[in-house]
Design a protein around this ligand. Structure first.
Ligand SMILES: Nc1nc2c(ncn2[C@@H]2O[C@H](COP(=O)(O)OP(=O)(O)OP(=O)(O)O)[C@@H](O)[C@H]2O)c(=O)[nH]1
Ligand SMILES: [Mg+2]
Length: 185
């Protein structure tokens, strides 16, 4: 069984918990209550079934609080994670700067490959949903960027998220194969 730990990080009130509930089909109600530290959601996805050899897979989605007061918890959150999803609002200019810090700490800080990082420009209801051109500075401009708009097109982010999970699982499975080979050779 492969077990992947995926973090949801990013600025406060960007929509991480709303999105995490939606993507894991968690029925938890959220009026805005800032996530205190972290909330762990376990889930499986019938469309992400693991490897050709039949090993199944499970996910833990760690929905992290965006408040910098939790910074002292970050090393514990990051430990042994396989993927980092950075959620931000494209219509909040300060977020573009803030996500550079999240990326530096959570992705570069633990030498995670860029392919394991997903940027999600979340469009809250009433934000206009304008996708315009997002001028992300390097190194963020080389990351995969997807948009999420749960009111207008919820299936778009769902299918992008499934693609992302599949990539994570296939790279975990390859590294497990390599590990097995290295033992027998
Ligand atoms: N209806 C609706 N409301 C949203 C959506 N995204 C964000 N919101 C609103 O924005 C508030 C903040 O969203 P959260 O998901 O709690 O934000 P967060 O990123 O988890 O914030 P922290 O836990 O403080 O870091 C929510 O309580 C909602 O009121 C959305 O897609 N639909
Ligand atoms: Mg939250």
């Amino acid at each position: 069984m492969l077990k992947a730990k995926i973090l949801f990080v990013g600025p406060c009130e960007s929509g991480k918990s709303v999105l995490a509930n939606f993507l894991t089909e968690s029925s938890e109600i959220t009026e805005h209550s800032p996530t205190q530290g972290v909330r762990i959601l376990e889930f499986e996805n019938p469309q992400v079934t693991g490897t050709s050899r039949g090993a199944g897979c499970e996910f833990e989605l760690w929905d992290c609080g965006g408040d910098p007061k939790f910074e002292s918890c970050w090393p514990a959150l990051m430990k042994d994670s396989h993927g980092v999803v950075i959620v931000f609002n494209a219509d909040t200019p300060s977020h573009l700067k803030e996500i550079e810090t999240w990326y530096a700490c959570f992705v570069q800080g633990q030498f995670l490959p860029d392919a394991h990082c997903l940027l999600v420009a979340h469009h809250k209801p009433g934000s206009g949903g304008d996708r315009g051109h997002l001028a992300l500075a390097p190194p963020l401009n080389k990351l995969k960027l997807v948009h999420s708009n749960l009111e207008d097109d919820p299936e778009e982010i769902r299918s992008e998220f499934i693609k992302y999970l599949k990539n994570i699982i296939s790279s975990m499975s390859e590294s497990r194969d390599r590990e097995e080979m290295s033992i027998i050779t």
